[in-house]
Design a protein around this ligand. Sequence first.
Ligand code: SF4
Ligand code: SF4
Length: 357
Amino acid sequence: MTGDVFNPEQLSRCISCGFCLPACPTYAMTGDEASSPRGRITLMRALQDGTLPPDDATLAEQSSFCLGCRACEPVCPAGVEYGDLLEQWRVHQWRGWRRPLVARALMLLVEQRWLLRLLGLVRRAARGQGVSGSAADEPGAQLMLGCVERGLFPAVSRAAQSLAPELAVPTAQGCCGALHAHNGDLAGGERLAERLGEDLPGTIVTTSGGCAAHLASVLGRDRVRELSTWIAGRPAGAELRVAGRRARVALQDSCHLRNGLSVFAEPRALLRQVADYVELPSAATCCGAAGTYSLLRAKDSRRILDAKLDEIEAAGVDLVVAVNPGCLRQLRTGLRRRRSAVRAVHLAELLTRVESP
Ligand code: SF4
Ligand code: SF4
């Protein structure tokens, strides 16, 4: 009997009603019960009570095939915290050498605080506003510089700083630990989040939906704000114009921001102020980025992305907007690959491009 992989109370909540099945992207792909949230919880219970051996192949496959998108949570009448259960599952499945090499390498990289600082400097991420490169004595609100953003999208941090100039931007800040938590190192994920909480002692404002959800789960909801909730209600510019007309824009939700923190109205409201907003039928469904998923399960990720891109192109939009750097990378890569006329941008970048009234 394995016994202590899962929190027993969390694992016992599922009543096997199946309401979550239509919300699950992997179940939609396969039609296989084992690839559904309910099926995976049945597998978790079999692991916990010893019915299945710890190294059973279906356990390994399904814990990895799950996107971790948490679309099964808001539709669950029993309040199953599936995201927590998946994190506990991966601690077991990806213990020791079983953790994929790519995930291990990335986790090691983002732990190097000197490297993140250097990346921020070399890539000219936002920095130093309001403080001299360190945390303010009086905790106020501070902009978090994500690891992915410092490397790939420093312009997003600069755009966020120009939209919310009151935010301090200490350069000495590490990783939030979401990567660790989602890849089988829950203790490491908590340790890094707590350290970042010390680096940024006031309210932490982030342009990454995934980081926001992880930080809120460790530091508390009141310490963390995703950018769209921070700037909601501020007067916007006149409008975003493309080819002499008002732009048509769509949004791709961040799964953890929407399903973990229930934030989805704020970015839409901001977009409606400056452009013609088009709601994609699958805006709330995962784009296949899912943290390391696009690297570890490239074929599955691409299949999910291709359906999403078909929908985006059919909608006739000029821009698709992301509120998470992983989604931005996924959408931008996919759209470029098919030489699409649609551009993927982060919400912060789009709002700074709006023409003044
Ligand atoms: S996870 Fe929730 S919605 Fe899905 S089967 Fe269990 S109780 Fe029902
Ligand atoms: S997290 Fe997403 S992929 Fe995994 S079971 Fe839930 S809905 Fe399905």
